[in-house]
Ligand binder design. Structure first.
Ligand code: NAD
Ligand code: ZN
Ligand code: ZN
Length: 341
């Protein structure tokens, strides 16, 4: 079968000679409907953050059950499912709570399919356990694939701050890409706060307005922080969610977040922040959440089935993966690119 393989630092190739795996025990073989293209892949490819292993990329996957191992119960051929991405040990307390994204054994294991183990940018994908599947019922796997990360990650980040997102407060979203464009819709649907969105192009800012942002600011402007404070007034933004994570955006976040606010850094842009007692308002919780839980993924599916969120997708073939990564590097994807076998 065809697959998009990571061979090492800056080396991604489409191959045609992969064997279709055979599921045994608890394993499940999926026929892939769609695999989302996440910016985290670029951190892996361009910065070589995963070493010493060759694997199929794609950690945002959805498809139909093709075949199940002899120990799998409750699924049958043709069922449409998402693949929960962060694969934990399945036994520790966080895993038992469905929070495999915070598995006690994370430091000892590969992060999951597409992040060290074979992922879904292929015609078929082997999932190690049916525990890692979430049914999507009537949703189309092509459209639903990015729910597993582009929607789950912002959903989990927003839920951590939900008690602060009241209707008299402001929330700032930095970066309106794959994750950010869904974050705006989730905030619009489950929070009362007024949304301010930041990105670096007029197209992304116009897109943000369509998705629920009341205000948009170009974060390349030298006075972006002052422009935001003009909107929020002295209370500043109760919550800032940074989907870039560069030094400049973390700095911007620290200037606009309010006393007792949340500065949530989701982006893995490698930014540095120099803590300074006078530079960060008192009481700010600065956190770096990672992905979300299996139960939260079920809730995200609920939001999508109720049509409260939709993923704006650009469709591509597996063969086009290298060009799609170039487009993503250049900030030219609107919403999420999905590879369709
Ligand atoms: P993306 O490329 O689709 O979107 C990034 C957006 O940020 C683009 O719209 C781009 O124009 C904008 N941007 C770039 N520089 C900016 C700046 N200085 N100010 C404002 N906007 C700027 O990326 P994505 O797939 O949405 O991922 C976003 C980040 O989140 C990546 O770093 C990715 O690795 C990370 N990520 C983290 C987790 C997690 O669990 N923590 C999960 C998934 C992705
Ligand atoms: Zn991702
Ligand atoms: Zn675990």
């Amino acid at each position: 079968m065809k697959a998009v393989r990571y061979f090492g630092h800056k080396d991604v190739r489409v191959v045609n000679d992969m064997e279709i795996p055979k599921p045994t025990g608890e394993e499940v073989l999926l026929k892939i409907g769609g695999a989302g293209v996440c910016h985290s892949d670029l951190h892996v490819i361009d910065e070589g953050t995963i070493t010493g292993t060759v694997f199929t990329l794609g950690h945002e996957n959805a498809g139909w059950i093709e075949e199940v191992g002899s120990d799998v119960k409750g699924y049958k051929k043709g069922d449409a499912v998402l693949v929960y991405g962060p694969w934990g040990c399945g036994h520790c307390k966080p895993c038992q709570q469905s929070k495999e994204n915070y598995c006690d054994h994370q430091s000892e294991m590969a992060f999951g399919g597409g992040l060290g183990l074979n992922g879904g940018m292929a015609e078929y994908m082997l999932v190690p356990s049916s525990r890692l599947l979430v049914p999507i019922y009537d949703l189309d796997p092509v459209i639903a694939a990015p729910l597993t990360d582009a929607a789950l990650t912002p959903y989990s980040a927003i839920k951590r701050s939900l008690d602060k997102l009241m209707s008299d407060e402001y929330v700032v979203v930095i970066g309106v890409g794959g994750l950010g464009h869904v974050a705006l819709q989730i905030l619009r649907e489950i929070s009362g706060a007024t949304i301010i969105a930041c990105d670096v192009t007029d197209e992304k800012l116009a897109f943000a307005k369509e998705l629920g942002a009341a205000y948009t600011i170009n974060s390349k402007d030298a006075d972006a922080a002052e422009q935001i404070q003009k909107i929020t007034g002295i209370k500043k933004a109760k919550v800032v969610i940074d989907f870039v994570g560069a030094s400049s955006t973390i700095e911007l976040g620290s200037k606009i977040v309010s006393l007792d606010g949340d500065l949530t850094i989701v982006g893995l842009g490698g930014g540095l922040y120099q803590y300074n007692m006078m530079g960060l308002p008192f009481g700010v919780r600065m956190t770096n959440p990672y992905w979300g839980s299996r139960v939260e993924l079920m809730e995200v599916v609920g939001l999508a089935r109720q049509k409260k969120i939709h993923i704006e997708i650009e469709r591509y073939k597996l063969d086009e993966a290298p060009e799609v990564y170039d487009k993503l590097r250049a900030g030219k994807i609107k919403g999420r690119a999905v590879l369709i076998p």
